[in-house]
Design a protein around this ligand. Structure first.
Ligand SMILES: NC(=O)c1ccc[n+]([C@@H]2O[C@H](COP(=O)([O-])OP(=O)(O)OC[C@H]3O[C@@H](n4cnc5c(N)ncnc54)[C@H](OP(=O)(O)O)[C@@H]3O)[C@@H](O)[C@H]2O)c1
Length: 332
């Protein structure tokens, strides 16, 4: 099925199950959960009985407002929610967050939801902003929490989950930077000739390559199962498209959103599904769409995709080691 047809089928003709899972006893972290899909996912998870839900946000007062909002709408006890600082554009903040996670008694799931979409080129920590925030930082967060997820699985005899929020726009990424012979990270950091309308999709394609690699290098064992997946919520109404727009662009977008986009509550069901306690093993290393395992797309499964994945990882892992030495040693 072509992308356009699949998109319309998913957005207009697919109903997503209202979450009814049991998260009692669990500790779950959602990044970027002060707003949008992350906030609605957190609300579901609190409603479904989690013992501790950590809102990992870049602005604490926004996280505290979100916590009050969730408590008011679910009647949960105030101490169920904690608000932690996590700034994905600051590697020191990520490392501090990782240390804090190690001190938790247990961690059953982390939903790496925080992300950006912008048409403006900017370098953040030496790399283009989508690449830093949506991929490098997202992966670093994942690697730093993986040991705690593995430990929780082993000690409590449960499946634990590491879920990265992606996008089906990965299917249409052009990714011309992958055709060059030099360093991919350096190529993606060049402002000249950059195609910013492709960059968000590229970041989500590279995130899928990363998730596939992590899943291979952190396999499921009988005694410890951390299911690592990438999930798309579909096109949703949210603050993601917050770039300045001309009035015509803004009007067209608002009409499109009304016609086709899911509410953040409906979209968030996919995030909650990706960490449900009995998520099937086949989700490990997979792309989840509409609350089930979906195709990676012919590119990713092809020889070209495998070679793109290899080259990407050859650049990413040394970069991660330069930021947080030893962080990849949790992988085989
Ligand atoms: N909405 C859609 O149609 C759609 C479709 C597919 C995938 N997604 C994915 O869903 C995720 C979020 O989307 P959303 O629609 O919920 O957007 P959103 O409402 O804009 O939420 C984005 C979240 O990310 C946080 N964030 C941004 N930059 C950050 C940084 N440097 N450090 C820490 N947190 C940061 C934001 O914090 P602040 O509030 O402080 O800015 C906010 O909490 C993204 O990964 C996106 O790719 C969305």
């Amino acid at each position: 099925m072509g992308f356009a047809l699949q998109f319309v089928k998913s957005q207009l003709f697919t109903s997503l199950p209202y979450p009814k899972y049991d998260f009692s006893g669990q500790t779950i972290i959602i990044t970027g959960s002060n707003t949008g899909l992350g906030l609605e996912a957190a609300r579901h998870i609190v409603r479904l009985g989690a013992s501790k839900v950590i809102l990992a946000v870049r602005t604490i007062f926004k996280g505290e407002a979100a916590a009050r909002d969730i408590i008011a709408s679910t009647n949960a006890k105030g101490n169920v929610i904690e608000v932690w600082s996590l700034v994905l554009s600051d590697f020191d903040s990520i490392k501090l967050f990782g240390e804090r996670v190690q001190a938790l008694t247990r961690l059953d799931a982390l939903i790496q939801h925080a992300g950006i979409l912008t048409k403006h080129f900017e370098l953040v920590q030496g790399n283009e902003s989508h690449i830093t925030i949506n991929v490098i930082s997202a992966t670093l967060v994942g690697l730093l929490v993986l040991p705690k997820l593995q430990e929780t699985s082993r000690v409590y005899g449960v499946k634990t989950h590491l879920s990265f929020v992606g996008s089906d726009l990965q299917y249409i990424a052009k990714y011309k930077e992958g055709e060059t012979s030099g360093s991919i990270l350096e190529e993606l950091a060049k402002k000249e000739d950059v195609n910013m309308s492709d960059r968000y999709s590229v970041s989500k394609l590279l995130l899928l390559y990363t998730v596939r690699e992590l899943a291979v290098r952190a396999p499921l064992f009988k005694e410890s199962k951390v299911v690592i997946s990438k999930v798309t919520p579909g096109a949703c109404q949210s603050g993601l498209f917050r770039d300045d727009m001309g009035w015509l662009e803004a009007m067209i977008q608002s009409i499109m959103v009304k016609l086709i986009a899911r509410t953040t509550e409906v979209g968030s069901r996919t995030l909650v599904h990706s960490v449900k306690p009995d998520l099937e093993d086949s989700a490990h290393g997979a792309f989840l769409m509409d609350c089930r395992v979906a195709s990676n797309g012919s590119r990713v499964d092809s020889a070209k995709g495998q070679s793109e994945q290899k080259r990407w990882i050859e650049g990413l892992f040394p970069k991660l080691e330069s930021i947080a030495p030893g962080c990849t040693s949790v992988l085989a």
